[in-house]
Design a protein around this ligand. Structure first.
Ligand SMILES: N[C@@H](CCC(=O)N[C@@H](CS)C(=O)NCC(=O)O)C(=O)O
Length: 213
């Protein structure tokens, strides 16, 4: 499989974590978002939406939208599972996943920040305040949710789809200097995940197009 990715893209980071948790090999095709490669003709034939990630399957078919890719991975490679067996638990886990993917992340996407800075002429301080507001508001509710987990991770003994989404969102918060020290349960959960190989290997600092390369 080929993953169209950018090292700092949190949506691509999600997919990298899930691929690693499931032990699947893949090749990274870097798409430089800062240089605008996502809007160039070549990439638009892969994903007309001009966003990463996109996953090209071994037969050439292409999947886009990280949640759709993650659900496909879960259905196609069920081990180890990233959701609970129980339908009610699964619905609760999907709710946490959507909280991040639908209610936090899209508000702080690169093109949204560019629009605020460019078309709406907002100064840097206002844009940072916008960024921080939506992360902190989301994390306030998530901090409460995490306290009801039955073990150290969302799947009790193991991380699941929630952590696949949470860790990249925490990376984004740190990258943009959002104050998150007052979310200790989320930070402890992140620390537990970051000690696992699958999470460590998917980290932006370990990507072929990352700063160390
Ligand atoms: N809902 C999409 C969001 C993807 C997305 O926002 N990708 C960002 C990087 S995290 C991107 O490609 N941004 C490029 C741009 O805004 O021009 C998904 O989950 O795949």
């Amino acid at each position: 499989m080929k993953l169209y990715s950018y090292y700092r893209s949190s949506a691509a980071y999600r997919v990298r974590i899930a691929l690693a948790l499931k032990g699947l090999a893949y090749q990274v095709i870097p798409v430089d978002l800062v240089q605008g490669q996502q809007r160039q003709h070549d990439y638009l034939t892969t994903n007309p939406q001009g966003l990463v990630p996109a996953l090209q399957l071994d037969d050439g078919r292409i999947l886009t939208q990280s949640l759709a890719i993650l659900e496909w991975l879960e259905e196609t490679f069920p081990e180890p599972p990233l959701y609970a067996d129980n339908p009610v638990e699964r619905a609760r886990q999907r709710s946490l996943v959507q909280h991040i993917a639908c209610d936090i992340h899209p508000l702080n996407n690169l093109r949204v920040l560019h629009y605020l800075k460019g078309e709406l002429a907002q100064p840097e301080a206002q844009v940072s305040s916008w960024y921080s507001h939506w992360i902190r508001r989301g994390f306030t509710a998530l901090e409460q949710e995490v306290s009801s987990f039955a073990g150290p991770f969302s799947l009790a003994a193991n991380p699941g789809m929630f952590e696949v989404l949470l860790i990249p969102q925490i990376f984004n918060a740190r990258r943009f200097n959002v104050a998150i020290d007052d979310f200790p349960q989320l930070l402890e959960l992140a620390e537990r995940c970051e000690q696992l190989d699958a999470f460590a290997s998917a980290h932006p600092s370990r990507q072929p197009d990352g700063p160390a390369s």
